[in-house]
Design a protein. Structure first.
Length: 294
């Protein structure tokens, strides 16, 4: 990488940050995500891995919030505050990996379909449309049901069912980019398909990919929570959706144990909202014509 390239990338990052920080909602979302991510990374130091153990729980079952247990305890006597902090690790990890997988598949499909065009693009887009009209959650449930119950199964189930929207957006952007004169010059100078797609098309669709990834993480977190709530998550790990499932099985709704339901539900809502605010701010900075979210 030359010094000129590094300088251009640094200047681009500075311009992006200057534009991003004018969006107050985006800054609030970023601050919330930074705090939650910091708590998730520091979970082993703050609460320890033994917070997940049901054999060494420090409290009694379903204790109400108190000075010792600020958010109360679950049906095994484990502190809900510690479980909430530890569960952030799985929820954020699954959301991030699933969104990256989904956007990677959608980007690949969109660029290839937009570049080659013709009957190949038509066939690929019809397959994409089929995935698009099928309920994503239903497909994810089917995959999570037939495969072994693990975190990676949830990531795969979400990632391979939620890529069609990205594929259609990237295909449209690819067609727009390849209509520009410098693409014709690159082809005339001997640039092959791979060169055009990787050196010219991909850099131009990356802003769209980045915005789509940020927006997709919130959807992935909600889907993971839904799958865990339905009992299709990994039973050996603690996640916010799994906490809601445990609360339902413990009868927290009918017995009025609100402290068991409220914390994980609010945490999911806050993280999803924070990622959405960040995604809209990123989208607005990269495409000023949208003019959203200031």
């Amino acid at each position: 990488m030359t010094a000129l390239t590094r300088e251009r990338r640094r200047a681009s990052a500075v311009r992006f940050w200057r534009g991003y920080r004018t969006h107050r909602a985006g800054l609030c979302g970023l601050a919330a995500l930074a705090l939650i991510a910091l708590l998730a990374l520091a979970a082993p130091l703050l609460v320890g891995a033994d917070v997940q153990s049901v054999t060494s729980a420090p409290g009694t079952a379903l204790e109400a919030p108190s000075a010792e247990f600020p958010l109360g305890t679950d049906q095994f006597g484990r502190p809900l505050l510690g479980l909430l902090v530890w569960g952030a690790r799985i929820s954020l990890l699954v959301g991030l990996l699933a969104a990256v997988l989904s956007v990677a598949i959608g980007t690949l499909v969109g660029i290839v379909a937009g570049h080659y065009g013709g009957w190949f693009s038509t066939v690929v887009m019809r397959i994409t449309d089929w995935f698009l009209v099928m309920p994503t959650l239903v497909l994810a449930i089917v995959l999570a049901t037939v495969m072994s119950r693990s975190v990676w199964t949830v990531v795969l189930a979400i990632g391979v069912t939620s890529w069609p929207t990205t594929a259609r957006l990237v295909r449209a952007q690819t067609i727009a980019v390849e209509s520009r004169p410098y693409i014709e010059r690159a082809v005339a100078l001997g640039g092959g398909h791979r060169h055009v797609m990787t050196r010219h098309v991909l850099p131009n669709v990356m802003p769209l990919v980045l915005a789509q990834t940020t927006l997709g993480i919130s959807t992935a977190i909600l889907t993971e929570a839904t799958l865990a709530f339905l009992g299709l998550g990994d039973p050996t790990v603690v996640s916010w959706g799994g906490m809601l499932q445990d609360a339902r099985e413990a009868g927290a709704v009918s017995s009025g144990h609100w402290w068991y339901l409220a914390p994980p539900g609010l945490a999911i809502a806050v993280v999803a909202l924070a990622f959405t605010l960040c995604g809209r701010a990123v989208e607005s900075v990269l495409n000023p014509k949208l003019g959203v979210g200031r």
